[in-house]
Design a protein around this ligand. Sequence first.
Ligand code: CA
Ligand code: CA
Ligand code: CA
Length: 155
Amino acid sequence: MSAPKLTEEQIERYREWFEALDEDRNGSIPLSRLESALADTVGMGMPLVFKPYEEWQRMIRDADADVNGTIELHEFLHMMARTNHSKSAARFYRRAFKFFDIDCDGYMTPDELYSRIYRYQKHITNEELSAFMEAADGNKDGKISCDEFVDFMMS
Ligand SMILES: [Ca+2]
Ligand SMILES: [Ca+2]
Ligand SMILES: [Ca+2]
């Protein structure tokens, strides 16, 4: 098994997630707990608009390498590494982009982003959306291309 490639920073962040999810602090997280939690933490704290729930479930089941019904830290890190850096992640974000590009012109505008996100997460603020636009809009033309989106989500 090849070791997952994560930066120190990512390992630190994922370890914090893991510890937050490991409520009884025994070093393992039941699959069911992880499933419901991941649904809320996918990318940018956005809800689960990017990926069908069944795919997450499958990914989590796959992550339980020793099939003991719980995810241990090393299994968790391995799963996050695969999610972050695999080609399938890029494919997944490209598909997600299409979801936001409502008029299919190849760009995600603030209006499109807002109308999609709002359906799932009513409490998102204009400031949060602007911050996302600002951060993801690499060439600062006020809209997000598919490449900009993928780069941002995978950075
Ligand atoms: Ca396990
Ligand atoms: Ca568009
Ligand atoms: Ca742009």
